[in-house]
Structures are given as C-alpha cells and as structure tokens.
Design a protein around this ligand. Structure first.
Ligand SMILES: [Ca+2]
Length: 149
C-alpha cells in the first residue's frame, strides 16, 4: 500500500504540477483498479479461458484520455500496446488476455497463452508519449484471483 501511494504521488506531481495537493490529485490519471489474474478453472489454454484473465483500468481524471501507444506489461516484459482508444473521464476499460473484437468497453491483448502469473506478478501501465510509469499493481502467491481492488 505504501509503495502504491508513493507511485501515485509521483505521477500526480509530474502530470499536474499546478494541481493543489489533495487526496484526489494523488490518484493516477489512469488507475489499474483490478487484475483478475487467475482465470476460472484450470489453466489449460483456450480463448475463453484466456479471456477469463483480464485487467481493468479506470480514467480517474476529469478529462478524456487517448490511450494510443500506452503500454500494459507484466513483470516478465510481455507488452500490450493500446490501439487508438479514448478512455472517457470516469470510465473503465477491460483488457482481456485472449483474442476478440475490441469495443468501447473491452480490448483484447490477442495472446495465445496467459500473461498474468497466478503465483505473483506486477502489472505496469505506461503512458504512450514518453512511456512514463503511470500505475502499477502487484500481487503475490495467494488463494484469491484478483488484485488491486
Ligand atoms: Ca493467470
């Protein structure tokens, strides 16, 4: 939790230098609010199972944000590069690991195997223009299937 707060504070200072210091200003402009890293059932592959694994990002700012070329990556270094996609203020987008047709609420990584390790991993979100780290979400070995809620 402490690490998360420090990361969030750094981002707010860098992006909103003139913003007043408040709890709201410390929140990343786009936050990794949830990673459902342990897809239901056994990890036997298949597109349905892969899409049961996903990350949810939310635009916590007051402005719409263009996510084109932003990067979502795991600790290993597998990267998802966002297509042209506007995440509206206050809205969320789900990035599913498998293949599918992108919509206004769901994007598909297009992978053939899982990306988020069930026994611990870190999701990192990087801005497209300079690949500045915007937010991270980490989890360890445990009995639950979600992190960062
Ligand atoms: Ca997984």
């Amino acid at each position: 939790m402490l690490k998360r707060l420090l990361v969030a504070t750094g981002v707010a200072v860098a992006i909103l230098p003139s913003a007043p210091t408040s709890a709201q200003a410390a929140t990343p402009v786009v936050q990794i609010v949830k990673v459902y890293y342990d897809s239901p059932g056994s990890d036997r592959g298949g597109n349905v199972s892969l899409n049961g694994e996903y990350a949810v990002l939310r635009n916590t700012s007051k402005q719409n944000i263009q996510l084109e070329k932003w990067i979502l990556r795991d600790a290993t270094g597998y990267k998802y590069r966002f297509p042209r996609f506007t995440l509206r203020s206050g809205k969320s987008v789900t990035v599913r690991s498998g293949q599918g047709t992108d919509s206004s609420t769901t994007l598909y990584w297009g992978r053939k195997w899982y990306v988020w390790n069930n026994d611990g991993d870190t999701a990192g979100l990087y801005r497209g223009s300079d690949l500045k780290k915007i937010d991270t979400c980490s989890w360890g070995r445990g009995g639950i299937s979600t992190a960062c809620q």
